[in-house]
Ligand binder design. Structure first.
Ligand code: PXP
Length: 241
């Protein structure tokens, strides 16, 4: 089974916002990802708008050619935005203002009311639903009970400790989810190295990867960028009288 690669462009926006410039533009980055073979684009509109902004979501939806996966907390504000934007998929994630990135999976049981409300909105509009959960069998079962289309398994713990038990946990959760007819995605902390073992899990259909791809892109592109600036400076020098 081919595994879809969804690239998360949040950190292009992080870089843009650090200087308040219009560049780098996450929508242009998304188009580059698409032309390089990404199967979808993921963006997380956080409550504090620390990276992706509302206008980025609107532009992504209008411009990209592949499915837009909107990561969001199951709050009234985000449900309203998703209802208006109509991304291809919403992935519900837990969100705390003080965290550096999404820590842990959704509490599917504790947040049942809010998740149900978000999923009802999505179903009404033909938006696919995905829940970002820890690789625990009871979370998979709770997600199934809520009638969602997909689960995204949190690979963060495996990435911190790529020992056999963590990978086995992911395998077990993926197998159960597939048995329950849930589509299986995975993500968080994946790099070009640890991705291999996760994409080898038979039931995994989609990976969402952000930080490491954008980090690699900065380093891979650095020598080309320096060469371009060297050339621009040299052109200026040649123009001196
Ligand atoms: N999947 C979900 C649900 C996430 O919240 C994130 C982080 O925004 C990712 C995948 C991507 O994680 P990373 O940036 O570590 O690749």
């Amino acid at each position: 089974m081919p595994v879809r690669l969804h690239v998360n462009v949040d950190h292009i926006a992080t870089l843009r916002n650090a200087r308040g410039t219009p560049y780098p533009d996450p929508i242009y980055a998304a188009q580059i990802c698409e032309s390089a073979g990404a199967d979808g684009i993921t963006a997380h509109l956080r409550e504090d708008r620390r990276h992706i902004r509302d206008s980025d979501v609107d532009r992504l939806k209008a411009i990209i050619q592949t499915p837009l996966n909107l990561e969001m907390a199951a709050t009234g504000e985000m449900i309203e935005i998703a209802a208006k934007v109509k991304p291809a998929v919403i992935t519900l994630v837990p969100e705390r203002r003080e965290e550096r990135t999404t820590e842990g999976g959704l509490d599917v049981v504790g947040q049942r009311g809010a998740i149900t409300e978000a999923c009802a909105m999505a179903k009404e509009r033909g938006i696919k639903t995905s829940l970002f959960i820890a690789a625990d069998t009871h979370m998979v079962e709770a997600a199934h009970e809520l009638g969602v289309d997909q689960i995204e398994l949190h690979t963060g713990e495996y990435c911190h400790d790529p020992s056999t038990p963590e990978l086995e946990r992911l395998r077990k959760a993926a197998a159960l989810a597939a048995k329950l007819d849930l589509q299986v995605a995975a993500g968080h902390g994946l790099t070009r190295h640890n991705t291999v073992a996760v994409s080898a899990i038979a039931q995994v259909e989609e990976l969402n990867i952000g930080h490491a791809i954008i980090s690699d892109a900065v380093l891979v592109g650095l020598s080309r960028a320096v060469r371009d600036y060297r050339a621009a400076i040299d052109r200026g020098v040649q123009m001196r009288g």
